[in-house]
Design a protein around this ligand. Structure first.
Ligand code: HEM
Length: 420
């Protein structure tokens, strides 16, 4: 039985980055538990928030209500944006991807992009995941210590997406830095000094889009097995992706696919270190336990804290009356601890089944397009870790990302017996 710290309703304002999101995870979990029990669709007036066109946000914290919202995109639109801030129109050029669109525009793009995931590109991907995970462990194995986040967890998803799109290896570090700016925008470590957040985001988005444009141009008329070539040629009802759409999709992929998977792997490692019994269970039968362990890692990590919707008309949700045009935020992290759905929700249980977590989103048109790839990456990375860094342990406290949107770990010092 887990005892959560005490927190009271007046101390909880989910729009307050400095005041609320800088608290330890256990206090955030306690806040979610209180909201689920007493105020499941709660209102949070904005404090210290710029680039917003409403007075506050509604937080949905129960699992069943999040499923309801996800299933009703006609009432809860994605087109207004997916984070609390209302991006200025100039953001659309680089960040105007399908995740922030409604059908039929969203469906058209999702079909086109899905058509790019051909058996050839999938084969390339499977091979790449195995090869790159082994290379990453090769690089650290002899050292006996490393920063697990930057040296292990972060390296895999980035290199996979770059390899998949055939971005040259010389540019991988550059892509890594630009995505950090995009998703770590509230954290001083990632915002270049002397720059405001909007300029930093626009510059990073523009840089990523320009790089993709260059890669796409070099692929025209080619027949390679990379995703860029497949996407340039993908056709649905005689339509193709424009260069701008391809560039925005790349920005979406590197942003959606990198930070999320890296944080899942980092939280997963922390969960295993804190629960040696679970680590032993998985180690004893890696392949047998992997399917449930990987989903438990995603539930545990909840790498995407929330996604936002905007009400298309006045609605009533769990008794709360919400006007049209209001921000409604689906707190997946809270739903993944909902005691009405998960037995002993604060227990990290590698055999948990069933595990209807919403780490990849709820059932709806925007359900994560990369869920299959993410599960593969997590499985293969832990297979390498169990096989070659089996006694890895943490040597210090993790350093957490200051963000309401991403449940991120920035640094995690660790050591293990060196090997060749
Ligand atoms: C553990 C890793 C991951 C987590 C936790 C995660 C989580 C999510 C979530 C919560 C959503 C939004 C769902 C919604 O709004 O209903 C989403 C959408 C998306 N994800 Fe992931 N994701 C992960 C990995 C990936 C990877 C590896 C890729 C691609 C390579 C990817 C690509 C996408 C795309 C393209 C969308 C937008 C889909 C759409 O709007 O139709 N994700 N993901």
């Amino acid at each position: 039985m887990t005892v959560l710290p005490t927190i009271t309703r007046p101390e909880i304002n989910l729009s307050d980055i400095q005041g609320f999101w800088s608290r330890p995870d256990a206090e955030k979990e306690a806040a979610f538990a209180l909201l689920r029990a007493e105020d499941p669709v709660s209102y949070h007036p904005f404090v210290n928030m710029s680039l917003v066109d409403t007075e506050g946000l509604y937080a949905v914290t129960r699992h069943e209500d999040i499923l309801h919202v996800s299933k009703h995109p006609e009432l809860f639109s994605s087109a207004g944006g997916i984070t609390t801030i209302d991006a200025p129109p100039e953001f659309n050029e680089f960040f105007g991807s399908m995740i922030a669109m409604d059908d039929p525009r969203h469906a058209r793009l999702r079909q086109l992009v899905s058509a790019g995931f051909t058996p050839r590109t999938m084969k390339r991907l499977e091979d790449a995941v195995r090869r790159i995970a082994a290379e990453i462990v090769d690089d650290v194995a002899e050292r006996g210590e490393c920063d697990f986040v930057t040296d292990v967890a972060a390296a895999l998803p980035l290199r996979i997406i770059c390899d998949l799109m055939d971005v040259p290896a010389s540019q991988h570090g550059y892509v890594f830095d630009q995505t950090n700016v995009v998703l770590g925008a509230g954290d001083p470590e990632y915002t270049p000094e002397g720059t405001d957040i909007v300029t930093a985001l626009l510059t990073a988005g523009g840089n990523l889009a320009a790089l993709m444009d260059e890669v796409a141009r070099s692929k025209e008329g080619g027949t390679g097995d990379d995703l860029t070539t497949a996407l340039i040629n993908a056709e649905v009802d005689g339509e193709r992706l424009t260069h701008a759409e391809l560039a925005s999709f790349f920005v979406l992929l590197v942003v959606a696919g990198n930070e999320t998977t890296r944080n899942a792997i980092s939280h997963g490692m922390m969960g295993l270190c804190a629960n040696p019994d679970q680590r032993a269970i998985w180690a004893a039968d890696f392949d047998g336990i992997a399917p449930t362990a990987v989903d438990e890692i995603v539930r545990w990590a909840s790498p995407v804290t929330y996604m936002r919707r905007t009400t298309a008309q006045p609605v009533t949700l769990a008794g709360a009356q919400i006007g049209a045009g209001e921000k409604v935020q689906l707190f997946y992290w809270s739903a993944n601890r909902d005691e009405a759905v998960f037995a002993d929700p604060y227990r990290f249980d590698v055999r948990r089944s069933p595990n209807p977590h919403v780490g990849f989103g709820g059932p709806g048109p925007h359900f994560c397009l990369g869920a299959h790839l993410a599960r593969r990456e997590i499985t293969v990375m832990f297979r390498e870790i169990f096989g070659r860094l089996g006694d890895l342990e943490m040597t210090g406290e993790p350093e957490m990302l200051l963000s309401a949107f991403i449940h991120g770990v920035k640094h995690l010092p660790c050591r293990f017996t060196p090997s060749r």
